[in-house]
Design a protein around this ligand. Structure first.
Ligand SMILES: Nc1nc2c(c(=O)[nH]1)N[C@H]1C(S)=C(S)[C@@H](COP(=O)(O)O)O[C@H]1N2
Ligand SMILES: [Mo]
Length: 387
């Protein structure tokens, strides 16, 4: 007896769980997660753009906190959903191409699209997760690449849904145990029922959310074993980059520190004492990191607009914020005119009534409403108004 080595066909996969009835149900929630992650990702990308033809709003101050929290939560929930979805449909990968030439072309196009969707989706979830873990084992720009691939994924997803719509609709209308669209060979009972698999999937997705959402939602903090603990760090706010890591310890604590505010030929320099002698304001504003964690603090310091008035800066001008940090992508940021003029935008000297800790940006840091954390520059040393 000889056994020929043969490539599997869909008939080789006999479990009843490989069914469009299951795939469609998981797919709906996966689609919702990708849709929400895509929209909130667009918001995040735009908020970080230097040029904003339509000004990004400064209110509500917690808006970015919510959208970026949703981005990371839906991305995390998508991981178990995608794994289950891929498992239910992967026998289709072994389908033989049809003989009819026109159908072959359509089939090839559809498979290329599915390939794009799967690889782009996996790329987004992997890079997003590594970004949350602050691990960048690659050379490319995370934000630009994640953003570009998101368009590929969403484009392929729209095509995929359009192609599959008839079967999705039919599968969702019928009972989950309906076999109309199944491969005739997929009849073997698996270890779990279809309902059992779905329940397990929802539980896995729910656990993924619960174990990460605490980075955004303080009430869930203790459950969020995989989330950054948003209550850690001085003043209940995590440290993103420490003074040591930014190599600013010496300059930030130096007695020769001063802040320079420049508008064309007008320039003033201020020591920390001089800043403390100016009118102080207190605002409750969150730090909302693109990595998904966020935490609110009570910041006290000088209103940025008061500093701009010292050098006669007109309203609605972009303002470049520079720091003592010499290297690193986040050592400076651009504050658009509407953020610079907002009364809540501060150059903070204190957090929760205590002088800023060096890791939170001592001698002073920028804090503005509804702004990605990455733009809340610490260890500020220069404020330059665009002329
Ligand atoms: N100079 C400087 N400012 C910076 C950063 C940085 O690396 N260097 N990181 C930013 C990022 S990504 C975030 S989320 C916030 C975090 O502020 P915190 O460490 O005080 O919580 O600081 C921002 N300000
Ligand atoms: Mo951040």
């Amino acid at each position: 007896m000889t056994t020929a080595l043969k490539a599997p066909t869909p008939a080789s996969f006999t479990s009843r769980l490989h069914s469009p009835a299951v795939a469609a149900r998981v797919g709906v929630w996966l689609g919702v997660c990708f849709g929400v992650a895509f929209l909130t990702g667009l918001i995040s990308h735009y908020a970080q753009n230097v040029s904003q033809p339509i000004p990004f709003p400064t209110s509500p101050s917690w808006g970015y906190r919510v959208t970026q929290g949703l981005h990371v939560i839906t991305g995390t929930a998508a991981i178990p959903l995608l794994l289950v979805k891929l498992w239910t449909v992967y026998p289709k990968f072994f389908e033989r191409p049809p003989r009819n030439v026109r159908r072959v072309v359509v089939e090839v196009l559809e498979r290329v699209n599915t390939g794009l969707l799967v690889s782009a989706g996996i790329f987004l979830l992997v890079t997003g997760t590594l970004n949350v873990a602050q691990w960048y084992p690659w050379e490319f720009s995370y934000r630009r690449t994640h953003y570009a691939v998101a368009w590929v994924a969403i484009g392929a997803l729209v095509v995929h849904i359009a192609v599959k719509l008839p079967i999705i609709r039919d599968a969702l209308r019928g009972d989950v145990d309906d076999t109309t669209h199944d491969d005739p060979a997929a009849t073997r009972d698996g270890g779990v029922s279809r309902r059992g698999l779905l329940t397990t999937t929802w539980v896995a997705g729910g656990l993924a959310v619960l174990t990460t959402a605490g980075s955004t939602v303080p009430a869930l903090r203790d459950l969020s074993i995989f989330g950054v603990r948003s209550g850690d760090g001085p003043g209940g706010i995590p440290i993103n980059k420490s003074a040591v890591a930014a190599d600013v310890t010496a300059t930030a604590t130096s007695s020769s520190y001063s802040l320079s505010v420049v508008h064309g030929d007008n320039a003033v320099t201020l020591t920390r004492e001089e800043l403390s002698a100016m009118t102080q304001r207190t605002e409750t504003l969150p730090i909302a990191c693109v990595e998904g964690w966020s935490a609110s603090g009570e910041w006290t310091g000088v209103r940025l607009r008061d500093l701009l008035d010292l050098v006669g800066a007109p309203r609605d001008r972009d303002v470049a914020i520079g720091s003592l940090q010499q290297e690193g992508a986040f050592r400076d940021s651009l504050l658009q005119g509407n953020f610079a003029d907002d009364d809540r935008t501060l150059l903070a000297l204190q957090l929760d009534g205590e002088p800023l800790s060096i890791d939170h940006g001592y001698p002073c840091r920028l804090i503005a409403p509804n702004r990605p954390g990455v733009l809340q520059t610490k260890w500020v040393s220069t404020i330059e108004v665009a002329t």
